[in-house]
Design a protein around this ligand. Sequence first.
Ligand code: SAM
Ligand code: SF4
Length: 275
Amino acid sequence: MITPVLTDSVGRKHDYLRISLTERCNLRCFYCMPEAGVPHRPSSQFMSTEEVLGIAKQFVQLGVKKIRLTGGEPLIRKDAEAVIRGLAELPVELAITTNGILVDEFVNVFEECGLKHINVSLDSLRAERFNKITRRDYFSRVMKNINTLINRGFNVKLNAVLIKGVNEDEIADFIAFTKTHPVEYRFIEFMPFDGNKWNFSKCLSQKEILELVQNKFGDSIQRMIDGPNDTARHYKIAGHQGSFAIISSMTNPFCDSCNRIRLTADGKMKNCLFS
Ligand code: SAM
Ligand code: SF4
């Protein structure tokens, strides 16, 4: 039997589903969430556990091979464990993007479910700055959880949204972190979302990021091979355990090779982050 693959009108095959489990969050990163959080909506407007699992199953039958849970913060959902266990029954690679706060409560579930790919947001390695960006006080817990994930052999990627005047002075520190930690540090260009006071002058472009890295690390930068649908361009410093990557959604987008499809927490399909 030939498995059908979702193919769009320009011939791109969509085999990677990202499911937002909630729009709410236990952090308030200033570039993502309003200080007061998202307005409350009744739970009836959001997908139930059964709906998430039922829709995911349909997508897998249509050729989806990888599912990533995201949000908001996916792990604050009351049924997060049931969703993860349910998805683990499907023949897909499971991944999650989380702010890392609740990882200590879920690490055994991740292991039992074979969920190995975990992206954690870490916009600063400095406690005070991290807490200022996220408007909460969880730096120590997040760092402890990142170390737990590394020590237990998970495939860990760290995400930093780079913003001028906020954290661009930490690029060298982020890369130095990959010397002693086997993680991929991913630098994300700041994107405009509703009301996040985006303007281009705050966005650090791929070119600017590479110039800063070049100034610091010179010839020891090695370009790595990217996968066919990768949104990141990968690099490594010779001798470092980990690597780094740049996600340039703004200045060098990767729309032609995009294989993602998104499901929002209220059950809507989006075929682009910007749609
Ligand atoms: N709460 C989880 C987390 O922070 O990892 C998952 C959801 S969060 C929306 C997913 C990723 O989007 C995070 O790495 C976050 O830094 C990134 N993000 C949020 N707002 C952004 C923006 N305006 N520009 C670029 N990336 C953004
Ligand atoms: Fe929450 Fe993630 Fe947005 Fe930060 S980036 S406010 S952790 S959803």
